[in-house]
Design a protein around this ligand. Structure first.
Ligand code: NAD
Length: 493
């Protein structure tokens, strides 16, 4: 893609707030810039929403809820199906938008579009399969009829790191269930969400079902939604700190809450593992999204007798990666999202080195434009280092040796988070033991990738509440209603 093609593509995306089916300016008239992290260029200016805009959006969502809930499941399903098809038809275009606003290499951005679109296909299939239950009470005197209803207007808030997929993972099940939405994407990466709005509109989504307000002051938009008493559910993906704040706000009106929060994933390599397969797995688990993923392997534990060999092969692979602007097809590692992110990675690496870690490759941010940090391997990392208890969110692999299975499990569980873990072993019995022992919502055995629209994504401990995707994904947007009917015993004929 040439620079002028990229400019034309971005110029065609609406940049307002989307309320009641119209693109409008913020009432304050304010706008904020969107920056390409590879070049530091301003690529767009978007409407910067505030409290008055938020209030209008939630009023519209609440007003439309009843009529939307009455729409036939098949109609909702077909909107999602058409949107899925459009997304796949426009995969390259959407990928270029993601790369321009977020920095990930184009090939990964294409992967994100396919992943994001698949949530729409999956939930188009779920929309027509919303189940219920009919049973009889223990004493035989009551018929118990259980049905499901949309929970009501939903507040959706997403992060910048998967700007398209984090949105479709919430919008898909909300549409399938019959919920209206107020949606705040991250202001660092709003453009792919705006492009998605246009796709949903063309697919036939009625006005007012999805309302989008972006803001450089997120609390000024989200808090009025939470306090309004009109929203019945919040679905949030982002940091644990913001999740805690939203749960406090949700408690005021007892809102249903789904929280996809931070992680601190252990990646464990046992000495019976195929070391090359483990390195392959880590290249995905560590470097997907430049390490800026909640699922990123944050703490790499390798059994002592294979630790040197593993680190050597990993260093060979990591140091060969091409770092650059993601729009160049040769690029394998793009920039981080913003200067603050680079500063954080520099500080975590310096802390680890101060505590005795050795750098096998990378380790220093380059000079020049763009928010880059190179793929870095650290060994002999002290378990007390800050990067063991903080999401690194960068391409830094911190390797620590362990002695036996008990040691590995103890290290893996020594964190308040529990989103995902990875383990490489040839021992099937051990794989099942690990699933029982490691405190995570998702465990990958001999794979560095667990994200799958057909699977329940989510964490335990401080990594969150609820699940997205899979059969459970739609349940988060439905509430259970039960009807009691007195029952007379049929006569004996
Ligand atoms: P963040 O918590 O700073 O922001 C997430 C969203 O919340 C953004 O839209 C932001 O504008 C909004 N926000 C920020 N402050 C707010 C406030 N006071 N009130 C309401 N909304 C507010 O997180 P981030 O830096 O955008 O994303 C990175 C974090 O997200 C990491 O912790 C990562 O692990 C997590 N994450 C989790 C998952 C998951 O599925 N578990 C997926 C992706 C990212």
């Amino acid at each position: 893609m040439t620079t002028s093609n990229k400019r034309d593509l971005i110029a065609a995306i609406p940049t307002g707030l989307f309320i009641g089916g119209q693109w409008v300016e913020a009432q304050s008239g304010k706008r904020c810039d969107v920056i390409d992290p590879a070049t530091e260029d301003v690529i767009a200016s978007i409407a910067d929403g505030g409290a008055e805009d938020a209030e209008r959006a939630i009023e519209v969502a609440a007003a439309v809820q009843d009529s939307w809930a009455r729409t036939a499941p098949r109609a909702r399903s077909e909107i999602l199906r058409r949107a899925y098809e459009q997304m796949m038809e426009r995969q390259d275009e959407l990928a270029s938008i993601i790369t321009a606003e977020m920095g990930k290499p184009l090939a990964e951005a294409r992967g994100e579009v396919a992943y994001a679109a698949e949530f729409f296909r999956w939930f188009s299939e779920e929309a027509v399969r919303i189940g219920g239950d009919a049973t009889v009470s223990g004493d035989g005197r009551t018929r118990i009829i259980v049905s499901k209803a949309p929970v009501g207007p939903c507040v959706l808030v997403t992060p910048w790191n998967f700007p398209l997929a984090m949105g479709t993972r919430k919008i898909g099940p909300a549409i399938a269930a019959g919920c209206t939405m107020v949606f705040k994407p991250a202001h660092l990466t709003p453009l792919s969400s705006f492009a998605l709005v246009e796709i949903l509109r063309e697919a036939g989504l009625p006005d007012g079902v999805l309302n989008v307000v972006c803001s450089s002051d997120p609390g000024s938009v989200v808090e009025p939604w939470m306090r309004s008493g009109k929203a019945r559910k919040v679905s949030f993906t982002g940091s644990t700190a913001v999740g805690v704040r939203l749960l406090e706000q949700a408690s005021q009106h007892i809102m249903r809450s789904s929280m996809e929060l931070g992680g601190n994933a252990p990646f464990i390599v046992f000495d019976d593992a195929d070391v090359d397969a483990a390195v392959d797995g880590l290249m995905i688990a560590k470097l997907r999204n430049m390490g800026e993923a909640c699922t990123a392997a944050n703490r790499i534990f390798v059994q002592r007798n294979v630790a040197d060999e593993f680190a050597r092969r990993l260093t060979e692979r990591m140091s060969a990666l091409v770092v650059g602007d993601g729009i160049d097809p040769a690029t394998q590692i793009g920039p981080l999202i913003e200067p603050k992110a680079v500063e954080k990675v520099i500080s975590l690496v310096s802390d680890a080195v101060r505590r005795g870690a050795r750098i096998l490759c990378g380790g220093q941010a380059p000079e020049g434009r763009g928010y880059y940090f190179p793929p870095t391997v650290l060994v002999d990392v002290d378990p007390e280092s800050e990067l063991m208890s903080t999401e690194i969110f960068g391409p830094v692999a911190a390797v620590i040796a362990f002695d036996d299975e008990c040691d590995a499990i103890r290290l893996a569980n020594d964190t308040q988070w529990g989103l995902v873990g990875y383990a490489f072993t040839q021992d099937v019995d051990r794989a099942f033991r690990l699933q029982e022992a490691i405190e995570v919502g998702m465990l990958g055995i001999n794979t560095g990738l667990v994200s799958n629209p057909a699977a329940p994504f989510g964490g335990v401990k401080e990594s969150g509440l609820g699940r997205e995707g899979g059969r459970t994904g739609i349940e988060e947007f439905l509430e259970v209603r039960y009807l009691a009917l007195p029952r007379s015993i049929p006569a004996n004929v």
